[in-house]
Design a protein around this ligand. Structure first.
Ligand code: PHE
Ligand code: NA
Length: 501
């Protein structure tokens, strides 16, 4: 087999790891999660989750990749045979599913960065998104026709991803991140600086940072912090194992993990400041409290932000462009990292060239992603995203940590491996976090998630029970939610049963 790819420089690896971690989640998820869960007080559970689960697992995954020098399945196989290999494939298939819809969101952001220049969206930004842009079907589960306006930018997203992935680890992924990440930081800083100098910005920052300490007594706040840290740091996706498998033998592990973790959190905090400053401006314009205008996800980026851009004095087109362009950059570097998980896995398991693995892996992901460019796409995306995150990422995190700490009993071995090459040493505290704290919190989280979803206890924003997630019908939740989460596990088992070439 050809010599294994490697990062060219230490900075290249860090850029790539930060590029994966810093994604749409930092910009449109974190600000709202923090705001909803106690504002300033959320920093306590957030830091707790970062220090007891986020960074410890990052250190563990970096160690696994560095020690076993393989894609996630190969690394787990080398750790404990086929009984462990499936965890790697599980992460890969979860990543596969995520890549199919993540690309679509980047495609929307591309469109919106162009729309910004002439504010095509008008006053009814919701109507524009769901009507003009997405041409959304009436009912969840309906596929409807292809929406060409989404399909074309989606094609462009995949072309960019293919070019970068085909160019290889060093000349593709590393180079792209070395360009995209500094650009992203510069562009996003401009957005934040403009936002905090808007009228009413202080009002938004007040709402964001005002600590509601009573929330700390609520277990859901702690669970939210853990859930967010997993997603935000790209852990338990097979990503960080894959990326660290390209590290040269002589590399610092723990230091890199701290840098990646803190860079991601720093970006998140910056995003929180920028977004809430802008929301404060909008609330002031509308004469409403900030709580009336705050929202998350698709709604925040593609409905509320266009409104803010409309109302901004001077140079608002450029501001809008820079905001959506940051989404594109943050999204692309994360998309590349998810695709790399299955490219590495396929090429090692079946002993095929990188090129073939890109064509098979990213090729099939791009074809499936067309489903999300149809008139029913947004519903499928929403359900798949919820289920794959809860019963994919969080579940893998629990299984991975539990097996390694309690069944394979590898923590001590990993500790020695990491300490041998790292400046910052890990020890008892690290093992306690992974042996007790993380499995207990994630175990409780899983139990609660299963209870809420199986007993249909989801609530709306007023606290009324609406049944399934978002109140979607049973049949839809079954095929677009449960089946998707199950698909990842079934595929993982099938791939594990196949022979290594
Ligand atoms: N860490 C990313 C974020 O915060 C999430 C992510 C990364 C999702 C890679 C998918 C793939 O947005
Ligand atoms: Na992140």
């Amino acid at each position: 087999m050809a010599q294994r790819s490697q990062w060219g420089t230490r900075a290249g690896f860090i850029m790539a790891a930060v590029g994966s971690a810093v994604g749409l989640g930092n910009i449109w998820r974190f600000p709202y999660v923090a705001y909803e869960n106690g504002g300033g007080a959320f920093f306590i559970p957030y830091l707790f989750a970062l220090l007891t689960a986020g960074i410890p697992i990052l250190i563990m995954e970096f160690t696994i990749g560095h020690k076993y020098r393989g894609s996630a399945p190969l690394s787990f196989f080398r750790m404990k045979g086929k009984g462990a290999e499936w965890i790697g494939w599980w992460g890969i298939f979860v990543s596969f599913v995520i890549s199919t819809y993540y690309a679509v969101i980047i495609a929307w952001a591309m469109k919106y960065s162009i729309y910004s220049f002439n504010l095509t969206w008008g006053d009814d930004t919701g109507g524009f998104l769901f009507g003009d842009v997405l041409n959304l079907a009436d009912n969840p589960g309906e596929v409807g026709g292809l929406v060409p306006g989404v399909f074309l930018p989606l094609l462009l997203v995949w072309v960019i991803a293919f070019v970068i992935l085909l160019a290889g680890v060093k000349r593709g992924i590393e180079l792209a991140n070395r360009i995209f990440i500094p650009t992203l930081v510069a562009v996003f800083l401009l957005v934040v600086i403009r936002a905090v100098t808007l009228d009413g910005a202080a009002l938004g920052l007040d709402a964001f940072f005002k600590p509601d300490l009573s929330k700390l007594a609520d277990s859901t706040v702690w669970v939210a912090a853990y859930g967010h840290i997993f997603f935000s740091l790209s852990i338990a996706f097979a990503i960080m194992i894959t990326y660290s498998s390209y590290l040269p033998k002589k590399s610092d592990i723990t230091n890199n993990a701290f840098i990646t973790g803190f860079a991601n959190s720093g970006f998140e905090l910056l995003a929180g400041i920028g977004i809430f400053a802008a929301l404060g401006f909008m609330a002031t314009q509308a004469g409403e409290p900030v709580s009336e205008v705050a929202s998350a996800g698709v709604g925040l980026a593609f409905v509320v932000f266009p409104k803010i851009i409309n109302e901004m004095p001077g140079m608002n087109g450029i501001f809008g462009f820079l905001f959506f362009f940051s989404l594109v950059l943050a999204g692309l570097t994360s998309l590349i990292s998810i695709c790399e998980t299955y490219i590495a896995g396929l090429s090692e398991k079946f002993n095929i060239s990188r090129r073939k693995a890109v064509l098979f892996g990213a090729g099939s992901a791009s074809i499936i992603s067309i489903l999300f460019a149809t008139r029913g796409g947004l519903y499928f995306l929403d359900a798949a995203d919820y289920f794959i995150n809860q019963f994919g990422v969080a579940a893998i995190g629990l299984v991975e940590v539990f097996l390694i700490a309690w069944v394979f009993r590898k923590l001590k071995v990993f500790e020695n491996h990491a300490n041998e090459i790292s400046d910052i040493k890990v020890g008892l505290l690290w093992r306690i976090c992974l042996t007790f704290v993380t499995p207990i919190v994630l175990g409780y989280m899983m139990f609660d998630l299963l209870r809420i979803n199986l007993m249909k206890l989801h609530k709306d924003s007023e606290g009324n029970i609406i049944g399934n997630y978002e109140g979607y019908p049973d049949a839809f939740i079954f095929q677009s939610g449960w089946m998707v989460a199950l698909f990842a596990i079934v595929m993982a088992i099938i791939f594990t049963m196949m022979k290594w070439n």
